[in-house]
Ligand binder design. Structure first.
Ligand code: AKG
Ligand code: FE2
Length: 301
């Protein structure tokens, strides 16, 4: 149902692989990606770092609480984000970090380029997370180039606009579904992602569900080492609908679960309107608006 893509073949420009990527992007909006340069070990290391961070004393997490700031860097407590206006705020916790600009960059004062907030503990958290973030961005870049080729665009049609990416790496922590949770409570409620593509590593536990064309919810499962790829609102616009942003959610179960999505968002100034439409849609404005709609401390309060 969800196409399985071999990264090495994609990188080599294999025609069958490019076709599968293009049809998966259009018909499903989700792909499974295997055989990338990011190893299962590297995925496990970043998930373990997040697990240690989330399981520690809440006072240490509170030191980097994003709610104290006007941005989304650091820890987001349970119920600090509502991704679906008809659901309650999500019960997940998150940790977000981005790619900050140098201080003399004129755009560096924008919240989407805020400085990261790193916790005092665990000790090697920042090193592990930043190392993974760099590797994962390279995979995302190659993937995006492959999609451009697959849908018949110039290979760099999208990647050209990633000089100062508003990319965000997130750790999601889903505790066991709380006893108080009702019909409108989710680990993460139904949503589409905001950016171009999302590269998701999981701890192997099920929980992610996607709403496919048949109108039904389907569970997605991956083995350690593989990635789940899905596409966001900006790429749907930018590709004039050749790529679909598919709704997904996590209801949550009896066991704790950790996942790490890399939201691969382009430069603030990228125009993500359909080519030739004569319109202009600022990636930075779209992302800022979606943040304001979802994070309770950034506007959705
Ligand atoms: O945890 C997952 O499997 C999905 C998370 C997700 O959809 C998100 O963080 O946007
Ligand atoms: Fe998502």
């Amino acid at each position: 149902m969800i196409p399985r893509i071999d990264f090495r073949k994609l990188e080599a420009g294999n025609a069958d692989t490019l076709r599968e990527v293009a049809s998966g992007a259009r018909e499903v909006g989700f792909l499974l990606l295997e055989n990338t340069p990011v190893t299962a070990e590297q995925q496990r290391a970043v998930l373990a770092a997040y697990r240690q961070f989330f399981r520690q004393d809440p006072a240490l997490k509170a030191e980097v609480d994003m709610a104290r700031t006007g941005a989304n860097r650091g820890w987001g407590a349970s119920r600090s984000e509502r991704v679906d206006p008809v659901a309650n705020p999500d019960y997940k916790e998150v940790f977000d970090c981005g790619v900050p600009l140098s201080a003399d960059d004129p755009l560096s004062s924008l919240p989407v380029y805020s400085e990261n907030l790193w916790p005092r503990s665990p000790a090697d958290f920042q090193v592990t997370v930043e190392d993974y973030f760099i590797r994962a961005r390279q995979v995302a870049m190659t993937m995006l180039r492959g999609i451009a080729r697959g849908i018949g665009r110039d290979p760099d049609a999208f990647t050209d606009k990633f000089a100062r990416p508003m990319a965000l790496l997130r750790g999601n922590y889903y505790p066991p579904r709380p006893a108080w949770a009702g019909d409108r409570d989710f680990g993460i409620a139904t949503h589409t992602d905001y950016g171009c593509l999302t590269l998701l590593a999981t701890d192997g536990r099920g929980g992610l569900e996607v709403e496919l064309r048949d109108g039904r919810w389907h569970g997605v499962h991956t083995e350690p080492g593989a990635f789940v790829i899905n596409f966001g609102e900006m790429l749907e616009m930018w590709s004039a609908g050749a790529v679909k942003a598919t709704p997904h959610r996590v209801i949550g179960g009896t066991e704790e679960r950790i996942s790490a999505p890399l939201f691969f968002n382009p430069d603030y100034e990228a125009n993500v309107a359909p080519p030739g439409s004569g319109r202009s849609i600022s990636a930075g404005e779209h992302l800022s608006q979606r943040y304001a709609e979802t994070y309770l401390h950034m506007g959705n309060g």
